[in-house]
Ligand binder design. Structure first.
Ligand code: ATP
Length: 265
């Protein structure tokens, strides 16, 4: 059972996400090992770490789709998974979830109708055109989603999440397989969303140069959080020129501490 800390009345808004002793078991493995972290509101937090370290599991826990979650996990002031959070969070998984036998516009029109059945046809068209432009797919609006490249399909998934105006966007490796120009444009879009709407973005990646584009970073390794800080603070604390070097420094430190514990047992 996951716990929840209620906000006292009149208190300053809590972080978008607050986790204490968060633990997740998947099959025989403890994938997240009692981790603590916060995701501040209105900023871009990057979730970085090697393949298999638990990034997707952490994201699934936040959006409420992960079983066997224990500890405390507050999301936008409610317990993770609370039904009231459904319209307040946009979640884009690694595997694009769009219908291959519909065109890009038909996919977006369909999801717009489901997300907000009260939307008029004119508003729906306006919203669909807006998100098509956001993800740079206006010229492919009438292409079948099944005929798009992997990167283009990922962008349709992202467009679906942008149809609403979610307070928290959870994006699992949104730039995988994209060329450098598109990656740059998407990061510009992420910054626009944070700045213009005050939205919070949690974005996973294992490309360390993307870390430099985030306001804050959660660096993970083997189900644990190695650091929860700004890129500047991480570079300064470790005496490194890049976040990648800082990450490697922290990994070495964690390995050395682990060895020390082993030898003093
Ligand atoms: N359905 C599952 N059942 C059991 N274990 C799983 C399941 N899915 C993932 N795992 C394990 O949980 C661990 C964390 O997986 P997760 O997908 O969260 O990592 P990740 O950091 O997102 O990796 P990647 O960057 O490759 O997507 C991995 O060791 C993986 O083998």
């Amino acid at each position: 059972m996951v716990n929840y800390i209620a906000e006292p009345p009149g208190a300053a808004p809590a972080p978008a996400v607050q986790a204490e002793a968060l633990t997740v078991v998947r099959g025989p493995r403890t994938v997240l090992r009692g981790i603590d972290f916060t995701v501040p509101r209105g900023q871009i937090t990057g979730l970085l770490g090697p393949s298999g370290c638990g990034k997707s599991t952490l994201m699934r826990s936040i959006v409420g789709t992960q079983a066997k979650v224990t500890g405390t996990l507050n999301v936008l002031g409610s317990p993770a998974g609370h039904p009231s959070l459904r319209t307040r969070i946009g979640y884009v998984t690694q595997a694009p979830s769009v219908y291959g036998d519909l065109t890009v516009r038909q996919n977006l029109d369909y999801f717009a109708a489901i997300l907000d059945p009260g939307r008029t046809a004119a508003t729906r068209r306006h919203d669909v055109d807006r998100v098509l432009a956001d993800v740079d797919l206006a010229t492919h609006a009438d292409a079948l989603a099944g005929n798009l490249s992997g990167g283009q399909r990922s962008r349709v998934s992202l467009a679906v999440a942008l149809l609403g105006t979610p307070e928290l966007l959870v994006l699992d490796e949104p730039t995988v397989g994209l060329d450098p120009v598109l990656r740059r444009d998407l990061w510009t879009l992420f910054h626009d969303i944070a700045a213009s709407r005050g939205a919070t973005l949690l974005i996973s990646s294992h490309v360390m140069d993307e870390a430099e584009r985030c306001h804050r970073l959660l660096l993970m390794r083997e189900g644990e959080v190695l650091a929860d800080d700004t890129p500047d603070a991480l570079r300064t604390r470790t005496g490194s020129d890049t976040v990648e070097a800082a990450f490697l420094h922290l990994v070495d430190e964690a390995v050395a501490t682990g060895r020390q514990k082993e030898t003093t047992r």
